[in-house]
Each structure stands twice: as structure tokens, then as C-alpha cells.
Design a binder for this molecule. Structure first.
Ligand code: BDR
Ligand code: CA
Length: 310
């Protein structure tokens, strides 16, 4: 059984990522930590627990995390968050409320507790701003080193950003946190726009969900909003980018992407805010904090893994 923790800002593509992981029989999902991002922290936690319930996984705890970035005092939903994910984060679809309460333990303490308790290695799949992870690393860096790997959706290494010419949304929301994570020395696989903008699902790809079951029908309603946003903003793509699900698939099937291993850092000055770059200052010292940066993806293999599990 592969042990996983998801860190999400649910989010439509985060929702598909959750559905994919819940469809695995050989994954032990230890818990889900949530963070502001596509929506505020409370909405992200609520969406996550209601989705887990829809997916038949009320047994999985949801641990609410950061309410805003390290450099801000509060959070306001970005225009892109509302356009792509809806005001409520899940395409403005109203889910049945789960009876299970959000856990009282914070996301940061949960991450540290899990690293302490488990001797077996745990992978974190992070698909929101990296604030929770950075706070945990700042609080107890050596404990966080016990994680086997962080597979994160974030950044743009060789391509333009999606919220600024240089930055991808998750990194842009909290570049200071991202810098802490990238420079932590914990093994990281970076699943950035370099590859996620190429894994496009079309409405046709999901046709089979129409007649499958109630869960897939709800997921389809949620996805409808995401498709419409992509049809408006990226009509040339012919579908919607599966950013977060690619990170989840790679956590279980690393052969889906090809990576290079280089030190990566994050720029925080005004014009470069949130840009993920080669860390030239540490180029000689590959051991310092080398990151596997995904630069190529087997699109068909990704779709096969994703769609056969949901
Ligand atoms: C990332 O930003 C969010 O809008 C998505 O959920 C994804 O994690 C894509 O840039
Ligand atoms: Ca996300």
C-alpha cells in the first residue's frame, strides 16, 4: 500500500485528483490537508470533505490549513479562481453536506504527526499554494525530511505562466512559501505548466461518465464549469487542462513524465514574482536541493490511468 497525503485548494482539478486517488485500491490515503487558493480556506476544507463523502470516503480526515499566504494578512479569491473554479470552487455545484466534521488538528500539525508516526515512507501530493508545507518545514525541518517525496503541481520552468507572464497560479499565490519548499532538500517532483498544459481532457473524453453512476454525474456537472472556462479563455485547446490530476497520477506512476534533475528556486522580486527558475547559485551542488522537473509527458498514458480509475 502506498501511503499518501493530499494537500489541496479544492478546486475543480483538485476534485478530479481526489476522485482519482479515491479510485485506487493500493493507496492508503492518510488524510487530506487543505489550503486557501482557488477559494478561501474554509471553502476548500468544506469542498474537500463533501467530495470525500460523495466518493464514499468519509473515513478520511480533512485538516484545514493556511488561510492566507506568508506575505499577506488575508485572502481574496482571485479573478482566475472564480472564472475557472466558480465562486464556491467546485463549479457552483451544491454538494450534499458530509456529516463528518473538519478535524481539530491543523494541517501543519497533521503533516508533522504523520511523519513522526509512520516508519514507512509517505508521499505528499500538493496541488495548491505551498503555504502549509512551508509552515511545517519552518516549524520542524528535520521531521519534514522524513517524507519520501513531494509531488507538486506548480511552476512554469520552460513555458509562460498562467497568472503572469512568468508565474503559475499556485506558486504566484505564495512564492515565499514555494521557495522554502523548493529549497528544503526534501525530494520533489515538480509538475508544472510545462506538462500540465498539455494534458487536455475534452468533453468527449468524459462522455462515458454521463451514464456511469451518480458520482460521475456530479463530477461531470462540476467539470462543465471548468470546460466552459477553458472554452472562453483557451478555445484553441479543445478541452480543459488537468493540472492537479497529473501530479496525482505521477505520484503513483512516475513513468508518465520525463524529468530533469536540477536545483530550483523561486524569485520573489516584483517583476519576477512567483517565477520558478534554475538556481544558478547552487548549480555546482546538485545535492543541495535538486528537484525533478517534468518536461515531457505521455499524454495517452496519463489519460488511461486517470480515466480507468474514476
Ligand atoms: C493550478 O492553479 C489552480 O487554479 C488549479 O487548481 C491548479 O492547482 C493551475 O495553475
Ligand atoms: Ca489546485
Amino acid at each position: 500500500m502506498k501511503k499518501l497525503i493530499l494537500d489541496v485548494d479544492t478546486g475543480i482539478d483538485d476534485s478530479i485528483s481526489l476522485a482519482y486517488i479515491c479510485g485506487q485500491h493500493d493507496v492508503d490515503l492518510l488524510g487530506v490537508t487543505t489550503v486557501y487558493g482557488n477559494v478561501d480556506s474554509e471553502a476548500a476544507a468544506r469542498n474537500t470533505k463533501n467530495l470525500l463523502s460523495l466518493l464514499g470516503r468519509d473515513d478520511v480526515g480533512v485538516y484545514q490549513g493556511a488561510e492566507h499566504a506568508l506575505h499577506t494578512e488575508g485572502f481574496t479569491q482571485q479573478r482566475g479562481g472564480a472564472v475557472f473554479h466558480g465562486l464556491n470552487g467546485i463549479g457552483d455545484v451544491e454538494l450534499t453536506q458530509s456529516d463528518r466534521a473538519i478535524e481539530t488538528v491543523s494541517a501543519v500539525d497533521f503533516l508533522l504527526n504523520m511523519a513522526h508516526i509512520h516508519d514507512e515512507k509517505i508521499t505528499i501530493v500538493a496541488s495548491g499554494p505551498l503555504t502549509n508545507l512551508a509552515q511545517a518545514i519552518k516549524k520542524d525541518p528535520s521531521t519534514m525530511q522524513r517524507y519520501q517525496r513531494i509531488v507538486l503541481m506548480g511552476g512554469a520552468f520552460t513555458v509562460v505562466g498562467n497568472v503572469s507572464p512568468v508565474a503559475e497560479a499556485n506558486i504566484f499565490q505564495d512564492p515565499h512559501a514555494a521557495k522554502v519548499v523548493f529549497e528544503s532538500g526534501i525530494p520533489i517532483t515538480m509538475i508544472g505548466l510545462d506538462v500540465t498544459s498539455r494534458v487536455i481532457l475534452s468533453r468527449d473524453d468524459l462522455k462515458q461518465w454521463e451514464s456511469k453512476n451518480d458520482v460521475s454525474k456530479v463530477l461531470l456537472q462540476i467539470m462543465d464549469h471548468y470546460f466552459k472556462a477553458h472554452e472562453l479563455i483557451y478555445p484553441q485547446w479543445g478541452g480543459a487542462a488537468m493540472h492537479d490530476p497529473l501530479a496525482a497520477v505521477v505520484a503513483l506512476h512516475e513513468d508518465v513524465v520525463r524529468t530533469i534533475t536540477v536545483p530550483v528556486t523561486v524569485l520573489t522580486e516584483e517583476k519576477q514574482f512567483g517565477r520558478t527558475v534554475l538556481d544558478l547559485a547552487n548549480i555546482e551542488d546538485q545535492q543541495a536541493h535538486s528537484v525533478n522537473v517534468a518536461l515531457n509527458v505521455d499524454i495517452e498514458l496519463f489519460k488511461k490511468y486517470l480515466l480507468s480509475a474514476i
